[in-house]
Design a protein around this ligand. Structure first.
Ligand SMILES: Nc1nc2c(ncn2[C@@H]2O[C@H](COP(=O)(O)OP(=O)(O)O)[C@@H](O)[C@H]2O)c(=O)[nH]1
Ligand SMILES: [Mg+2]
Length: 443
């Protein structure tokens, strides 16, 4: 007996650890269920439940197991009822009565609501009570009628806990009828024939016949002992673990959806900012193009115009970036230099390009065309530099996957050179200008 106690206590620690992990996830009722089962390990207590159709004589059978007189209502432990399918709060409260000590284990017995037709509420509660017990007595006084019970009892059997089939009310049954019921239990339900007994909990005449059942219960307990509670707890923990997994999966799914929504919201915001930045750049580019004729064509002049004109400040603000004047002018200068070197292969080609507009402006008939050429060029520089700077701000003041200012700018230039610059040039200069441009860019 001591060995059993030691073994069960060891299990208690092991199961307790699993329970602690589940406590974080499962609701109180589920945890309570498992705790109750674990407490039985501590108290060395096992439990038995009856299961079966209404009027099979389950309650009367239990009274007889306790040696109570079914003819004397005052002596009942479990309520016997000839007609209605009765199950109440008070029945529930007094349920679970200590029977006797078997092989060092306290045995507690539970009644369950009778199952009739497709009254699912009772079936559900009966399955719940039986699921929390270690041994089940499946009581039948007639052949199987509803498939529902069969399904329920089969799933209880699957947990591996012992099931004893009881053919009850044998005082009313003919041998052929008893045989048919035993056949149902062994065939339809799948019980071993050694696990079927006959009884009469409340015969019309004579004394109750429950000694075979008592003997069977005792022998099952003696042969399985510690294993009994363990099976129930393992089943409860297994169900708990499955429930916990389901809850965790749901939580992860919810988190994934939240993240996706967050990304979508961020994308919407980024798009809105990009739109604002583009229109700001467009405005500055137009203004700069208009003034182009007045700007002596030096990089520093454009830089300071863009910076003091506020385009970079403006873009930084759209992206909530706090900008330092030094950073702005150095990035602006870097971008403009990169722009020139991307567009022209060498200083010589740049000089040759500038000579085109200079030449145009010396002739009063082509002066306006030269201005248009400068204006278009300036518009393109400011747009390219401004939008590339917006990209820089959108990437938290880094070039992100583009790595360098030149790489980011080049992408913009390659993509827009035709639509924003070459096609917009006065037709007269288009061919000449194209010849001066970096051949990698104008296909
Ligand atoms: N003839 C006979 N009647 C019984 C026996 N056991 C119970 N009954 C009667 O069957 C009816 C239903 O019994 P009850 O224990 O309430 O069935 P339960 O619904 O399965 O709990 C009652 O009228 C009992 O007196 C039995 O062994 N023989
Ligand atoms: Mg009953």
């Amino acid at each position: 007996m001591r060995n059993l106690e030691v073994a069960l206590r060891a299990k208690q620690t092991e199961f307790g650890e699993v329970l602690e992990a589940l406590r974080e996830i499962l609701d109180e009722r589920k945890i309570d269920d498992i705790e109750k089962a674990l407490r039985r390990l501590e108290d060395l207590e096992i439990s038995i439940a009856v299961f079966g159709e209404t009027n099979a004589g389950k309650s009367a059978l239990l009274n007889s197991l306790f040696d109570r007189d079914n003819d004397d209502r005052g002596d009942w432990l479990f309520e016997v009822d000839a007609q209605i399918n009765h199950w109440s709060e008070s029945v529930e409260r007094s349920n679970g009565i200590l029977w006797q000590d078997v092989a060092g284990l306290q045995v507690r017995i539970f009644d369950t609501p009778g199952i009739a037709g497709d009254f699912l509420e009772h079936l559900h509660r009966a399955t719940e009570i039986a699921g929390a017990c270690d041994i089940i007595l499946y009581v039948m006084a007639q052949q199987v009628k509803g498939e529902l019970q069969v399904t329920a009892i089969r799933s209880l059997l699957k947990t591996g806990k012992p099931l004893i089939g009881v053919v009850n009310k044998i005082d009313l049954l003919r041998p052929k009828e008893i045989e048919a019921i035993v056949e149902d239990l062994t065939g339809k339900i799948g019980l071993a024939s050694g696990h079927v007994v006959e009884s009469a909990g409340h015969p019309r005449t004579g004394l109750p016949m429950v000694s075979d059942l008592t003997e069977k219960i005792v022998s099952v307990i003696e042969s399985k002992r510690g294993e009994l509670i363990e099976t129930t707890i393992q089943d409860k923990l297994q169900l708990g673990i499955e429930e916990a997994q389901r809850i965790l999966r749901e939580r992860m799914e919810a988190e994934r959806r939240r993240q996706e929504e967050l990304i979508r919201a961020t994308e919407r915001e980024a798009q809105a900012r990009r739109g604002k930045a583009e229109s700001a750049v467009g405005g500055y580019a137009k203004a700069a193009a208009g003034a182009a004729a007045l700007i002596p064509f030096g990089i520093d002049a454009i830089t300071s115009t863009l910076v003091t004109g506020g385009m970079f400040w403006h873009i930084g603000k759209i992206y909530d970036q706090r900008l330092d004047a030094k950073v702005i002018s150095s990035v602006a200068k870097e971008l403009i230099q990169a722009f020139i070197s991307i567009l022209f292969v060498s200083a010589a080609t740049l000089a040759a390009y500038l000579a085109i507009s200079k030449g145009a402006k010396t002739n009063p008939f082509t002066y306006a065309l030269g201005m248009a050429l400068d204006g278009t060029f300036t518009y393109f520089i400011v747009s390219a530099v401004g939008n590339t700077f917006a990209f820089y701000c959108a990437n938290d003041m880094t070039w992100g996957s583009k790595e360098t200012a030149a790489a980011a700018l080049k992408d913009y230039v390659v993509e827009n050179i035709d639509g924003m610059f070459l096609d917009k040039l006065p037709a007269k200069y288009r061919k000449q200008v194209k010849e001066k441009i970096n051949p990698d860019l104008s296909a």
